[in-house]
Design a protein around this ligand. Structure first.
Ligand code: NAD
Length: 434
């Protein structure tokens, strides 16, 4: 199959490279000329484990191409994927669909012969209908079927998730489009991945329902963590105790500083908006959004409480990890973007290290960026773990203690055992460890 991927970001580049690895001929297209230039020169614009090799292998094999101009790739494509961003619209939380609709218009002018237009971007219910209408308006003669195929990959494990997903969801009404989608995902049929064919609106809603449920699960355990702190229980054990029940499951039960990232915050908001517009508010998710926002703010108070409970004038706080989760360079809606400025506002000097958060240098002014965790500990009145990169899991506490002004560890990801840290002479604060 020939595939054109419009949008070469986290989703477009990973999906494009994986489809090429399945044996399809893929052109990844992006308006951002610097991205395409970098890819053509053998570079990778994002950090995603394994992606550099996957891209290089498929470029070398003659299956993966990059272009700023979609014309040729769309003309020859069996399937054109839309994988552009759908950020929150300023003000009302609705998904901003301007990039999706612009891509649809562009595609409409270029298709030739029967073409499946596949929405991989996360889009609200009814967007497929609108894409269909745009294409019909621009090119009444076009032979196009519009399909929804939401993406469930997680940054940091994106290739594995794409190649061995729990399921693939395809919302299609045209049997010819279904056949193309089956052929594209044929290698997964061999793995016996469940491929769910649904109506287009159902498929669009599945993506939001999935993300909202996961955000709810995280928020649930975060509230239980607060309760644990108040009543002297341990959230790690509560999570294990409930997670071993198959009806609940142990995943997404890690208490922490609140969910962030490029998907949950904007997708929960968009679902709330869609539901309100439809006259059936999803109050559970509205509350989830509110509780999570409050939680991110509460984290700086937790840090201040562990230091002196007052203001942080003259104090230095060392921060480990800034990205919204490990194994990605993505800073979108990361909890650090709430926590670090709040610590600064309380008077602290912040020094930080993250292995991949290059954008943080622009996003977090007045932070002193260091090259490793030990440099962050130097002279600090407290060390705060915000993102649980593997390299922070086994720090040499005996080496860190004498570097610090005061040995205080605030572990917002519960990656340390409180007793071990205390045995090394630190004051320890975790999440939900009452
Ligand atoms: P991104 O911002 O990393 O990438 C989007 C890319 O599209 C950008 O490089 C941009 O330049 C390009 N673009 C925009 N308009 C274009 C056009 N008309 N032609 C060509 N290129 C264009 O975004 P992302 O994180 O890859 O997310 C894309 C979509 O996938 C979103 O809807 C998101 O919700 C969804 N999604 C993301 C993830 C994730 O983990 N990032 C997971 C599942 C679903």
């Amino acid at each position: 199959m020939h595939v054109a991927m419009i949008g070469t970001g986290y989703v477009g580049l990973v999906s494009g490279a994986c489809f090429a690895d399945f044996g399809h001929i893929v052109t990844c297209i992006d308006k951002d000329a610097s991205k395409i230039e970098r890819l053509r020169a053998g570079g990778i614009p994002i950090y995603e484990p394994g992606l550099d090799k996957l891209v290089a292998d498929n470029v070398r094999a003659g299956r993966l191409f990059f272009d700023t101009d979609p014309a040729e790739a769309v003309r020859t494509a069996d399937a054109v994927f839309i994988a552009v961003g759908t950020p929150s619209r300023r003000g009302d939380g609705h998904a901003d669909l301007s990039y999706v609709y612009a891509a649809a218009e562009e595609i409409a002018g270029l298709v030739d012969g029967f073409t499946v237009v596949v929405t991989k971007s996360t889009v609200p219910v009814g967007t497929g209908d609108e894409i269909d209408a745009i294409i019909k308006r621009v090119r009444p003669d076009a032979d196009v079927a519009v399909v929804s195929n939401p993406e469930f990959l997680r940054e940091g494990a994106a290739i594995e998730d794409f190649k061995r997903p729990d399921r693939v969801v395809v919302g299609a009404h045209d049997p010819r489009a279904e056949a193309v989608m089956r052929e594209l995902y044929r290698p997964l049929f061999l793995n016996e991945t469940p491929i769910l064919f649904t109506g287009r609106r159902t498929s669009e809603l599945i993506k939001y329902a999935a993300n909202a449920f996961l955000a709810l699960k995280i928020t649930f355990i975060n509230e239980i963590a607060n309760l644990c702190e108040a009543v002297g229980a341990d959230v790690q054990q509560v999570a294990r105790g409930i997670g071993l029940d198959n009806r609940i499951g142990g995943k997404f039960l890690h208490a922490g500083p609140g969910y962030g990232g490029s998907c949950f915050p904007k997708d929960t908001l968009a679902l709330v908006r869609t539901a309100r517009d439809a006259g059936t508010p999803v109050e559970l998710i509205e509350t989830t959004v509110k509780v999570n926002d409050a939680r991110k703010k509460a984290m700086s108070r937790k840090v201040i409480g562990a230091i002196n409970g007052k203001d942080l004038t003259g104090k230095t706080v060392g921060v480990l990890g800034l990205t919204f989760k490990p194994n990605t360079d993505d800073m979108r809606d990361a909890p650090s973007l709430d926590i670090v400025p709040a610590l600064q506002a309380a008077g602290a000097q912040v020094q930080a290290f993250d292995p991949e958060a290059h954008e943080a240098r622009q996003m977090l002014p007045d932070v002193a960026f260091k090259n490793d965790p030990y440099a962050v500990a130097q002279g600090a009145d407290a060390l705060v773990i915000i993102t649980e990169w593997d390299q922070f899991r086994a720090l040499d506490l005996d080496r860190i203690k004498p570097l610090m002004n005061k040995p205080v560890l605030i572990d917002l990801r519960n990656i340390y055992k409180p007793d071990d840290v205390r045995a090394s002479g630190f004051a320890y604060t975790g999440i939900g460890r009452g």
